[in-house]
Write a protein that binds this ligand. Structure first.
Ligand code: RFL
Length: 397
């Protein structure tokens, strides 16, 4: 079966990036179809990120995509470091006038799917398999896939392809071999945990400890994400309920901090801390966005934010081209996004040095890590620079 869609875009992947691109195109009346490997229920429930930068929220709001978020998200203006039994509270809100928004990724995805499919009339095909791209370096790109309902192959001819299929997707592999992939492996793992308990602090907590980093991040009034540094090849099965809570209590302990509220762990998986960046993010009529183009370990909580920054740029550029004949923003898309991507990669590396210093087994690294951290509380210039990166204020793009 062949469908020809003139003046149109095929978007692969219905994560935050793909759904945002789709919504922007639909708002401009441009035809598009989103092909998603999972089901609607699957993408609406998959627990992942939960922290959005102020500038991303404003970007969503400008495109009519933040109504529920603005009603329900919680604002945070402070983060807290716990080190050597001390609590160091960093008030980035006071420094910048901006804040973070806590809104679980599954809720955002639910909002974006509803707006795209139910309000803006966008087409989305769930359960696709064996997606293949051809002719992306010509004016006649084609995408084929196996339809879950009929089991038959379908072929779509379109004008542009948006590769928004995440870090495990296929679109990145359609780039020519000369496209470069820069990789970095931090050599540590994080045990990512989702606990059915209310947050135990009013803001994100980063615990620097000789046994390993630990993190606490609110997701909702009843759900908290925790992280424990571990070996990259650790088996989550070796982390019993008791062991997890004992390590969290120990690594996040500080004077004046109440013990953590403990509860059922509904997710427990080991994430190797590694990054990659695809350069360039575009080739011919194929444009990558989000994790498909760059993976940023959750050290700095930037992955979903970057995916949305890309999606704004790509959606707007495609509208400029398809509705107005203006090629310039598409031509600049990769270079523009990569400026922000590299800024966030650098910030992630900076934070990794700090978070993983005390547990590195290297007393020199431990010393410099603590020095970096303490400078945020003694130097207004260092504090301002950190706050800008934490909030994504000055990054290019
Ligand atoms: P997604 O969300 O992975 O969506 C890609 C979609 O593509 C589909 N797909 C395919 N569809 C068709 N054909 C194929 N061949 C396909 N292959 C894949 C997938 O089913 C999926 O629906 O990518 P996107 O849109 O680029 O969004 C990226 C974000 O999801 C990601 O960066 C964040 O979740 C990262 N992240 C965090 N980011 C933050 O900004 N703040 C955080 O606090 C934060 N915490 C996290 C995180 C990621 C985590 N994990 C599990 C990796 C915490 C965790 C634990």
């Amino acid at each position: 079966m062949i469908s020809t869609m003139t003046g149109s875009v095929v978007i692969i992947g219905a994560g935050p990036a793909g759904l945002t691109v789709g919504n922007i195109l639909r708002a401009a009346g441009i035809d598009c179809v989103i092909l998603e490997a999972g089901s609607r229920a699957f993408i609406e429930q998959r627990p992942r990120a939960g922290v959005l930068e102020e500038c991303v929220v404003r970007g969503l709001e400008r495109r009519g995509l933040a109504a529920d978020l603005l009603r329900h998200a919680v604002r945070q203006t402070t983060c807290e470091f716990r080190v050597e039994g001390e609590r160091l509270r960093f008030d980035f809100g006071e420094l910048t006038g901006q804040h973070h928004w806590v809104y679980p990724q599954p809720r955002l995805v639910t909002d974006l799917v509803a707006e795209y499919a139910d309000v803006r009339g966008g087409e989305i095909v769930f359960g696709v398999a064996d997606v293949e791209l051809t002719g992306t370096d010509t004016a006649d790109p084609q995408v084929s896939y196996t339809d879950a309902e009929t089991g038959r192959r379908r072929l779509l001819r379109c004008d542009f392809v948006a590769g928004c299929d995440g870090a495990q997707g296929v679109t990145r592999h359609a780039l020519p071999s000369r496209a470069g992939i820069a990789r970095h492996d931090y050599g540590v793992g994080w045990l990512a945990l989702l606990a059915e308990v209310p947050p135990s602090n009013d803001c994100a907590v980063f615990g620097l400890h000789p046994s390993g980093f630990a993190g606490h991040m609110a997701r909702s009034a009843t759900m908290t994400r925790y992280y424990l540094e571990c070996l990259p090849d650790d088996d989550p099965a070796d982390w019993s309920h008791r062991r997890v809570w004992a390590e969290l209590q120990q690594r996040l302990a500080a004077q004046g901090a109440a013990p953590l509220a403990e509860g059922r762990l509904i997710e427990k998986r080991v994430l190797p801390m590694r990054n990659f960046v695809v350069r360039p993010m575009a080739y011919g009529r194929l444009f990558l966005a989000g994790d498909a183009a760059h993976l940023t370990a959750p050290i700095a909580a930037k992955g979903m934010n970057l995916a949305l920054h890309d999606a704004f740029a790509l959606g707007d550029a495609l509208v400029g081209r398809l509705a107005g004949g203006d090629e310039s923003a598409l031509a600049d898309y990769s270079a523009r996004c990569l400026r922000r991507v590299w800024d966030y990669q650098e910030f992630s590396g900076w934070l990794s040095e700090v978070f993983h210093g005390p547990s590195s087994g290297d007393s020199h690294h431990a010393g410099t890590a603590l020095s970096r951290l303490r400078r945020l509380f003694s130097s207004p210039t260092a504090a301002a620079a950190f706050a800008e990166q934490y909030l994504g204020i000055t990054a290019g793009g």
